[in-house]
Every structure is written in structure tokens, then in C-alpha cells.
Design a protein around this ligand. Structure first.
Ligand code: BGC
Length: 849
């Protein structure tokens, strides 16, 4: 052991004795956004963490090293395949290490109680069992390669409105049986190294300073012994969070864990040294564990690299295709065959829609767009024609692919300047070439900058086709756009607040200019971080956002005549044998920081799809979105694929399903409602007077639709295949009464003519006596893989005490009541093929996992 690595074998109690109080304070906060604090004197290294969850972004939003982008969590859950998600976790661990990171800030396993929740795409499922099984598989895969998970957000960050303030008000049962449940299963089956607290409150107290959650449930009851960190800017005090059990304030430099504030609390005995020592012990144990597992990374060069191999591409492609859900396939329109001309229409055809927005977003190594995927897959002799049909963006598409730096490199040049007393840029401090026209400055600033500074972003813009172009400038700070030296957009002197950058920016200001094909114009964006939007009157002060967001975004695209664009699409549809429509939502519509206003597809997509289906009923609609959208045209089109945000292989994976290279086997991890009024949390999704009332209680997702006999658009668990299956018989064997164990077996046969996979779902019905329980609760599932036509297989599923227990609010324990339980076996919660039952002979209760 070299002296520089002596920490790997050091005794933590001995280190605690040697650390000064100020060094301990350093350890409890972070030096920056992504690292723990090193203590060089005692050879304590820093370890790096990174977002999560659908890839590993690395430690800079500003100049990030490209990564592989995996599908969003709803897509992962739609595979209903924990083994595959384990592989995804292991894949992400390799990605983390290429970014010199040993902690991933993932998975997210909150519950999308409303499809409008901004981060619904980032959580696995409305069902707590499916969420927990997927979260455990993800964590096990990640940690099998030595990278620690940070399961988040503990607990009940289920929508974004007033997320740092709102109290999630719910019954003890709902908290235990729905919202804590995925975390509990992950802790039971995978033991994540770290937990991240949610921004909001439970039981009146913020999660990051909630002793019942952090000490009572997590540490005492669940025996968690890793670290707890706050969400970014989600620490709201000095002594309360430390006393409650929050080990690490994130990000750094700390707002609260400073020598002045901590010494003040120690003097006032609001905080005691043994508490500080306990938190530091947790942190050092965690850092040591991660350093031992990854010495070459922790003591490595710290460089962030990209990985892009054929195997990695293949894995991303398979994972993405496995998550796609075939919702509808009338007249076997899919897979596409025997056609001469395919019209590919829609706002996403040529766009790079790979993930939802916010901290999950990352810069991909490459993207295959749907158009490229279709071009790669289309059989010889078949013509493909494209037109956009309509736009559906919230902000104009980014322009990096059309920009070169003043000296001809791809991207644009970003130069930082300090300012003089009048706010005029003075000396250039640093230069960077950026390959993104979304410039985020929250986690990175070059050294040598004063508090107030300017950046100038310059480049040459060139387009392929002559015509009118709309340009847009959005900012958190202030910015102006000059084209060929002429002021074209002023988002500086007069600003309108919007939801850009977690709600701290403006709306997009736009202008129309004329551009000539292949003839470059000079683009200059001048940005300053000074005087952001003024605080409004009292009732307009944004209470929900982490501060310090700085950024600017330039977008643009050809200006279209919306009526003419629809007409062109309809004409093309009428002339073609099949229409593939590709649209949905984008990271600007579905993102951390705000909730969606409605289920409706943005732009004129509904109108366009309806018109296309009239022109050609052989229309297949592919929806790229992380959650549900309404589909008023559902009965008019022949095919529908829920394609999610499926990462950088989005285009190839979609083509694999469209052309039958992959037989779809994804199943819905959430109910798709007909209309927003049907959603269980409708009318109680937003925070009112600081509280979000979870009035639907236990009846989240399909449990609500079943209890109230509301027919959804598509049910939880639904998904079609290019073949057909039949569930032939079930068996049920009690393994033991105490501890409870039941094994069920289901025989499934492929009665169609193509090889395919089916997901068999097991729902349990509790005895309904003095307490009301949801009619059916998913408690097990299995995927019968690659069944050949005519063949059958038997899958077995074990049910344990979790499958029969509810949270008893009087004894504060899990209880399984004696009685008869129903078992329903099906291929969705509303397509039950076989039933059975079993008995729990004696009531039992439990608390420890
Ligand atoms: C998100 C977390 C994320 C963190 C760091 C926060 O805004 O809520 O999920 O890990 O930022 O990016």
C-alpha cells in the first residue's frame, strides 16, 4: 500500500480522532457540484458523483463529455425484464467509470401519480411493486460493477409544482404501501449505497430534516448503513438536517455547512459533536468503500472520457426496442411489409428526441433519428418520403449542427469576460468551443471571473435550404442576438419570465430572418449574468426553484406555413401505402422543474394525425414521450407504438419494431387515460397553500380505474406482440406458512406464427373485511422469452410476505390477515385469463425487511 493510498486501509474511528472540527465540516459539504471534499493532510480522497438516471452526464453541463443515452425509466420498466435492467445498471457503471465517477445519482423511483408530473418519464411506474423490482435490478447491476447507486428522491417528489416547499399530505398507508414501497424493495433486495432526499415535506417536515424518515424508517427499521445526501439545494438548515440524519449537503460550496454556522450551532448546543462524528463516520465509510472498489478511478487521472463501441451501440438498441409498447395493430399493419412507398411524417422524424429534460438530460455520443433508423432498415425497392406536417416544439430546435466557429471548427466559440464598472466586457478570461446551443452555466465557471461577467458566443450559421428562418433566444440572465452585426433579438432590456432553466429564465423571444442556402451569416450572442429577472410582487416570487441557474439557449428552424404543411402531409399520405407518424413530447415539454399543463399533444399534432388517418387509414402513430398523452384519434389509426424517450439508438430501435426485426414485448408500466379528468390525482396534483393532498390515497394508477370502473385508453400491463399467446394453466404451491412463501407457475403457449415474448402478470386480491384494499395489486410477473410458434413454457414466480401484507395504521406494522386471497393471472390488469386462490392461515405482522 503506497502512502498516497493509505486511506484505503485506514481505521475510520482513528481518522475521526485525527480530523479537526473544520475538516469535519468540510467533509459534510462539498467543494463543488459533483465531488466530495478531499482532506489532503490525512490522504482522504475526493470521490465523484454524476447524474443519472438514463446515462452518465459527467461533471459539467457546460463542456460535457458525450455519453451513451439509455431509455428513460418508463421505457426500462416497460421491458418488465429485471435481468435486462440489471444489465443496464452494469452498463451505466461502466459509463460512470469512463467519467471518473464512482457514484451515480440514480435511480429515480418516485411514483408518477399524475402523467403530467414533470419527471414522470424519470420514474419507473405507477405501480410500487414494478417500481421496486426495477429499482432493485438497476441498483444491483450498477453496484455489481462497484459504482454506488443514489436512490432518489426519498420520498414523494412526485410532481414539480413548488417542489422545494410543498408538503405531500397522505395517509400512513399510502406512504408505506405506495410511495416508500419501491425504496423499501430496493433496500431489501439491493442495498443502495446512498439515498438522496426529496425537496419537499412529509408530515410537516422537509425530507432532508425529517428524523422519522431518515433515522426511524431508513436506518432503524430498514437497517440502511450508507450515506444520505440532500437533493441539490435541498438542505434548508444547519442543525436540523444534521440531527435528523442528513450526512451530506449538496451541492457545494455549502450554503449551510460552513465553519461559522456550524460552530454557532455547536456553541448553542443545537448540535453536538457526537452527531457530527456520526455523520462524518458514515461519509468516510462510504468514501472508503467506493475507493476500495474503484482505486484506479478514485486515484486515477480524473479525466472524463467517452465510450462508443459497437457492443455498446448494440446494447442501447436492444434495450430501447425491448421497452417499446405496441398499443394497437389493426389488420396486422405492423410489421411493415409488402409496401412500395412509406410516408414518414411528423415533427420528430428528423429530430434527436432522446430523453426528458432537466438533470436527466445529457450530451449523447451520437443519435440515430427516426428518419435515419428507417433509412437503415427499409427493404430494397421501397421508397420513403418525408414531410414535417407540423411543428410541435416549445423552444425552437437547437442549432449546433448548423454552426461553425469563426475559424471553421464545428460548434461555436464561447469567450468569458470580466466587466468594467459600467457592465462593459473587459479582459477575455477563457475560451471554449461548444457543440450545443443550449449553454448551461450552473455547475461550471472558469477561474478568474469576478461576480459579474459576460460571455460572447460567436459562430457562422449556414443552412441547406434558402428561405425564412425563425430564430429564438431564451435566457436565465440577459442576452442579445446579433446576426451579421445587427441586433436581431433583445432578451436583455425587457424580459418576460418563463419556465426555462427550472423556472429561473424567460420565455423564448423570436425573430424571423431570411437565409440563403450555403451562405454563412455571423451569429453573436452576448450574455451577462447580471440583473436577472426582478423579483415580482410577493405572490410571484418563485419559491420552488434551486437558485444559481445561469444559461442561454439559441434555437431556430425554417419558418413554415402551418396550413400548407398539413396539406402537404395529407397529400403525401394519400399517395403512399403506409404512413408512419412520429411525434409526441420533447425534453422542453416534459422536464424536471415544472409539470405539464395538459395531456394534449403540443402543436397541431392531433389535427394532423386525424387528417392523415382520413387520407390513409394505414397510419401508424409512434409517440415519443415519457408518459401518457391523450389520443383523440385512437380508433382512426391502424397502429400505435408508445416509443418513449429511448436514448441515442431511438431511431434504429423504432425501425427494428416497425419492420419486425424485433417482435415488441414491452408492456405499459402506467395507465394511459382517456382524459385528464379520469386521472386519480386530478384536482389534487398541484400544491395549494403549501400542501399537495394525495386524495386518491391507495388508488394510484390502475387501482383507481378498476375501483371506479373507468375505462382507460390503454390499461396498465397492456402491450401487443406480432404473435399471440395463450395462458394454459396455473399451479399454486404453498412453500411455507411462516415465513410466508407461495410459488405459482403459469404455462404459456405461443399460438401465433412468429417467435415472441409474453409478460405474465400476477395480481393479488386481499380479503376485503374491515379495511378497503385495491381490487387487484401486481405482486409478481415473469417474462416468457422468445417462445417459438407452437411452443409453450412454464414460468414460476415466488410470492413472499410482501405479496400479502398491508400497512396497519394502528400497530404501525405490516400485517397479513388470515383469510382467502385471490390470484389473477393475465397479460394486463384488465386482461385476466386465469384465476386461483390461496389461504393465509394465521394473521401475522412484521416490521423488519
Ligand atoms: C435533481 C436531482 C439531481 C440533482 C443534480 C436536482 O435538481 O432533483 O435528481 O440528481 O439535481 O443534478
Amino acid at each position: 500500500m503506497t502512502d498516497s493510498r493509505s486511506f484505503l486501509e485506514a481505521s475510520i474511528p482513528e481518522l475521526i480522532k485525527k480530523l479537526t472540527v473544520n475538516e469535519k465540516i468540510d467533509l459534510l459539504g462539498a467543494p463543488n457540484w459533483w465531488n466530495t471534499s478531499p482532506i489532503d493532510r490525512l490522504k482522504i480522497p475526493s470521490i465523484r458523483m454524476s447524474d443519472g438516471p438514463n446515462g452518465v452526464r459527467g461533471s459539467s453541463h457546460f463542456v460535457s463529455t458525450p455519453s451513451q443515452c439509455l431509455p428513460c425509466a418508463t421505457s426500462l420498466a416497460a421491458t418488465f425484464d429485471p435481468q435486462l435492467i440489471h444489465e443496464a445498471g452494469a452498463f451505466l457503471a461502466q459509463e460512470a467509470k469512463t467519467k471518473s465517477s464512482v457514484v451515480l445519482l440514480a435511480p429515480t423511483c418516485n411514483i408518477p401519480r399524475s402523467p403530467l408530473g414533470g419527471r414522470a418519464f424519470e420514474s419507473f411506474s405507477e405501480d410500487p411493486h414494478l417500481s421496486g423490482v426495477m429499482a432493485a435490478a438497476y441498483v444491483n447491476g450498477l453496484q455489481s460493477e462497484g459504482v454506488s447507486a443514489t436512490i432518489k428522491h426519498f420520498v414523494a417528489n412526485d410532481q414539480e409544482h413548488e417542489r422545494t416547499a410543498a408538503e405531500s399530505v397522505m395517509s400512513e398507508r399510502a406512504l408505506r404501501e405506495i410511495y416508500l414501497y419501491p425504496f423499501m424493495l430496493a433496500q431489501k433486495h439491493a442495498k443502495p449505497g446512498a439515498f438522496m432526499t426529496a425537496y419537499g415535506r412529509i408530515g410537516g417536515l422537509h425530507c432532508s430534516e425529517n428524523p422519522t424518515l431518515l433515522q426511524g424508517i431508513l436506518r432503524d427499521e430498514w437497517k440502511f448503513n450508507g450515506i444520505v445526501m440532500s437533493d441539490w439545494f435541498g438542505t434548508y438548515g444547519v442543525s436540523e438536517p444534521l440531527n435528523a440524519g442528513l450526512d451530506l449537503e449538496m451541492p457545494g460550496p455549502p450554503r449551510w455547512r460552513t465553519p461559522v454556522l456550524i460552530h454557532h450551532s455547536l456553541t448553542a448546543q443545537k448540535l453536538l459533536l457526537p452527531t457530527i462524528n456520526e455523520r462524518v463516520t458514515n461519509l468516510l465509510t462510504f468514501i472508503q468503500q467506493q475507493a476500495k472498489r474503484n482505486p484506479d478511478i478514485v486515484y486515477g487521472d480524473g479525466v472524463e472520457r467517452s465510450r462508443d463501441s459497437p457492443e455498446a451501440r448494440q446494447f442501447c438498441r436492444r434495450l430501447a426496442a425491448e421497452g417499446m409498447v405496441l398499443l394497437r395493430n389493426q389488420r396486422d399493419t405492423l410489421p411493415i411489409s409488402q409496401v412500395k412507398q412509406i410516408a414518414v411524417i411528423g415533427p420528430h422524424v428528423q429530430e434527436r428526441i432522446i430523453s426528458g429534460g432537466g438533470s436527466a438530460a445529457l450530451k449523447p455520443t451520437y443519435v440515430t433519428t427516426p428518419w435515419q433508423g428507417i433509412q437503415n432498415a427499409v427493404p430494397k425497392g421501397v421508397t420513403t418520403v418525408y414531410t414535417v406536417g407540423c411543428y410541435a416544439h416549445k423552444y425552437l430546435p437547437t442549432l449546433e449542427n448548423n454552426l461553425t466557429t469563426p475559424d471553421g471548427k464545428s460548434g461555436w466559440l464561447c469567450t468569458f469576460y470580466n466587466q468594467d464598472a459600467n457592465g462593459k466586457p473587459t479582459k477575455a478570461v477563457a475560451d471554449f468551443i461548444l457543440n450545443d446551443t443550449r449553454v448551461k452555466l450552473n455547475d461550471f465557471l472558469p477561474s478568474g471571473l469576478a461576480d459579474e461577467w459576460t460571455i460572447k458566443l460567436s459562430g457562422k450559421l449556414m443552412v441547406e435550404t434558402s428561405g425564412l428562418y425563425e430564430l429564438g433566444l431564451t435566457v436565465a440572465g440577459r442576452a442579445k442576438l446579433f446576426v451579421d452585426g445587427k441586433l436581431t433579438i433583445d432578451n436583455w432590456t425587457k424580459q418576460t419570465p418563463g419556465d426555462f432553466f427550472y423556472g429561473q429564465g424567460t420565455i423564448e423571444e423570436t425573430a424571423v430572418i431570411e437565409l440563403k442556402a450555403k451562405s454563412a451569416v455571423d451569429i453573436l450572442v452576448v450574455y451577462t449574468n447580471t440583473s436577472p429577472i426582478d423579483d415580482g410582487p410577493d405572490d410571484e416570487v418563485a419559491a420552488s426553484q434551486p437558485a444559481l441557474m445561469r444559461g442561454v439557449r439559441l434555437g431556430g428552424c425554417p419558418k413554415i406555413d402551418p396550413d400548407q404543411a398539413i396539406q402537404e402531409a395529407v397529400d403525401l399520405a394519400a399517395k403512399s401505402d403506409v404512413v408512419i407518424y412520429i411525434g409526441g413530447l420533447t425534453p422542453e415539454w416534459e422536464s424536471e422543474g415544472f409539470d405539464r399543463p395538459s395531456l394534449q399533444l403540443p402543436g397541431r399534432q392531433d389535427e394532423l394525425i386525424t387528417k392523415l388517418s382520413r387520407a390513409n387509414p394505414n397510419t401508424v402513430v409512434c409517440i415519443q414521450a415519457g408518459s401518457a398523452v391523450s389520443m383523440p384519434w385512437v380508433d382512426d389509426v391502424n397502429g400505435i407504438i408508445q416509443a418513449w424517450y429511448s436514448g441515442n439508438e431511438a431511431g434504429n430501435a423504432l425501425a427494428d419494431v416497425l419492420f419486425g426485426k424485433i417482435n415488441p414485448s414491452g408492456r405499459l408500466p402506467l395507465t394511459l387515460p382517456v382524459r385528464i379528468e379520469d386521472v386519480p390525482s386530478h384536482l389534487c396534483t398541484r400544491s395549494e397553500n403549501g400542501k399537495i393532498h394525495y386524495r386518491e390515497d391507495l388508488f394510484v394508477g390502475y387501482k383507481h380505474y378498476q375501483a371506479r370502473y373507468i375505462k382507460p385508453l390503454f390499461s396498465f400491463g397492456h402491450g401487443l406482440s406480432y404473435t399471440k399467446f395463450e395462458l394454459l394453466r396455473v399451479g399454486c404451491a404453498m412453500l411455507s406458512e411462516q415465513p410466508f412463501g407461495l410459488e405459482v407457475s403459469i404455462t404459456v403457449k405461443n399460438i401465433g406464427s412468429t417467435t415472441g415474448s409474453e409478460v405474465i402478470q400476477v395480481y393479488v386480491a386481499y380479503p376485503q373485511r374491515h379495511l378497503i384494499h385495491p381490487k387487484l395489486q401486481l405482486k409478481g410477473f415473469a417474462k416468457a422469452r422468445d417462445l417459438r410458434p407452437g411452443s409453450s413454457t412454464t414460468v414460476t414466480i415466488k410470492l413472499d410476505k410482501y405479496a400479502v401484507s398491508y400497512w396497519d395504521e394502528s400497530s404501525h406494522k405490516w400485517v397479513a390477515s388470515a383469510g382467502e386471497y385471490g390470484l389473477s393471472f393475465g397479460t394486463s390488469c384488465d386482461n385476466i385469463a386465469l384465476e386461483s386462490k390461496f389461504e393465509v392461515k394465521e394473521t401475522f405482522s412484521w416490521l423488519e425487511l
